[in-house]
Design a protein around this ligand. Structure first.
Ligand SMILES: Nc1nc2c(c(=O)[nH]1)N[C@H]1C(S)=C(S)[C@@H](COP(=O)(O)O)O[C@H]1N2
Ligand SMILES: [Mo]
Length: 420
């Protein structure tokens, strides 16, 4: 397979899917009860209040509509997810008037191959490489006994919104044709990565930190030491107060807030720390910007500028397309980005005039805010537009230059709504 082919996410993955489908998955149980007991003793328990209303979602997901996929573990019913095979997009209407976090049952899944099952009695996390003086091997229990923090942050796929490139340019970008549901905010509990790097004797000469997953492709993606040392860059073991579900990285995943989702590596069993820059397919051939508006960086093996930070985006908590009854109602949505969202505007006349929506959550970086506005809807066809501004003054643009792999589409989108 040539370089060109590797840039096509779909081709790249289907070639390898044959490889790993033929192997037998390790199906081993997870020690859920023991885990929950530990969570209750540890400091994490206090911070985990945000998970009410789970019962109803679980019943919903297990209802007659429930569908399963051989590539993921949790039920992925079509009333909750758009199904792309190994990838499952959250349907935004399932978040209508819900709490701040996306319940685990509703959270989008982005797998390059399939969800592996991991036995924590044999699993270890190794921290090694030229950038550490004291290579480490940690058990699951070791990690649970380290100092923990809980943070509310979103994870978003770099390709979220990709389908709108085709709508804008009549040209389809490679990869999963997401609308805006490849994003979710959750409360993540884990150990700051810097605690672990400290214990491994991080050298002042270290430059890159590369977590690696134990899924079939060993998905791995370097980050700078600076990013690794940020207080909310975590080795996560709990999501919304529950052990990390298999599809979301059990036993541990990395959380790199504000960065593209692929940097939040799931099923991590190895972290390489290096005194030299690290390369992987995920920072050379994919998750790089390739297109007429982007230049290949000089002296780099990457095919284009390498992505790290996400950008500011918005979505409405409505079906796509939506049909609403005429009359007074509240329209709701959410906006997010690496910096705090300070303003959200909406337009009901195709972007000619804008009004300010009411933001319902305190602005925080690397998180989302819920917002709403009242609408006395008259019969007709609309494209409801939302446009967020962050604390750095970044505003969602009217359009985004094309890139072949369809990353970072954050232009204002007209959500099709028919009022009857
Ligand atoms: N090991 C591993 N980590 C991974 C992936 C993967 O396929 N394998 N997918 C990445 C991508 S592209 C995204 S967007 C996020 C999605 O996280 P989620 O499936 O928990 O929503 O996980 C990232 N971490
Ligand atoms: Mo992603």
């Amino acid at each position: 397979m040539g370089h060109q082919d590797l840039r096509d996410e779909a081709l790249y993955e289907s070639a390898r899917r044959d490889e790993w489908l033929s192997r037998q998955a390790r199906v081993l149980g997870m020690p859920r009860r023991r885990f929950l007991a530990r969570l209750a003793i540890g400091g994490a328990s206090a911070a985990l209040g945000a998970t009410a209303s789970f019962g109803s979602v679980t019943r919903f997901a297990r209802s007659a509509f429930a569908q399963t996929s051989p590539l993921v573990v949790k039920p992925v019913p079509s009333n909750l997810f758009n199904n792309f095979g190994s990838n499952f997009e959250m349907r935004w209407e399932s978040m209508t008037a819900r709490g701040y976090v996306v319940p685990n049952e509703l959270f989008f899944i982005r797998n390059h191959t399939r969800t592996p099952r991991v036995d924590t009695s044999t699993w270890r996390l190794r921290v090694e490489g030229s950038g550490v003086a004291k290579p480490l091997e940690l058990t699951y229990d070791d990690i649970l006994s380290l100092p923990d923090v809980s943070v509310r942050r979103y994870i978003e796929c770099a390709g979220n919104g990709r389908s709108f490139f085709e709508a804008q340019y009549n040209m389809r970008a490679q990869g999963t044709q997401w609308k805006l549901g490849a994003v979710g905010a959750a409360e993540w509990t884990g150990v700051p990565l810097r605690e672990i790097l400290d214990r491994a004797g991080l050298k002042p000469t270290a430059v890159d930190v590369m977590p690696e997953g134990l899924d079939d492709l060993k998905v791995r993606r370097p980050m700078s030491v600076a990013k690794a040392l940020e207080p909310d860059t975590l080795v996560v073991y709990a999501m919304n107060g529950h052990p990390l579900p298999p599809d979301h990285g059990f036993p541990v995943r990395i959380l790199t807030p504000g960065w593209i989702g692929v940097a939040s590596i799931k099923w991590v069993n190895r972290i390489e720390v290096s005194e030299t820059a690290l390369l992987s397919p995920w920072n050379t051939t994919s998750y790089v910007m390739v297109g007429p508006n982007y230049k290949k960086p000089e002296g780099s093996q990457a095919l284009g500028p390498v992505l790290s930070l996400q950008n500011v985006k918005s979505a409405l908590e409505l079906t796509w397309p939506a049909e609403l009854r005429a009359g007074r109602q509240t329209i709701r949505g959410r906006s997010w980005g690496p910096y705090a969202i300070v303003k959200v505007e909406y337009s009901l006349d195709r972007g000619i005039s804008w009004q300010t929506a009411r933001i319902r959550d305190a602005a925080a970086p690397r998180a989302w805010v819920r917002w709403e506005f009242p609408w006395d809807a008259r019969p007709g066809d609309y494209g409801i537009r939302a446009r967020a501004t962050d604390a750095q003054g970044n505003v969602q643009p009217a359009g985004v230059p094309f890139n072949e792999q369809g990353y970072l589409y954050n232009a204002v989108v007209g959500h099709p709504v028919t009022v009857v």
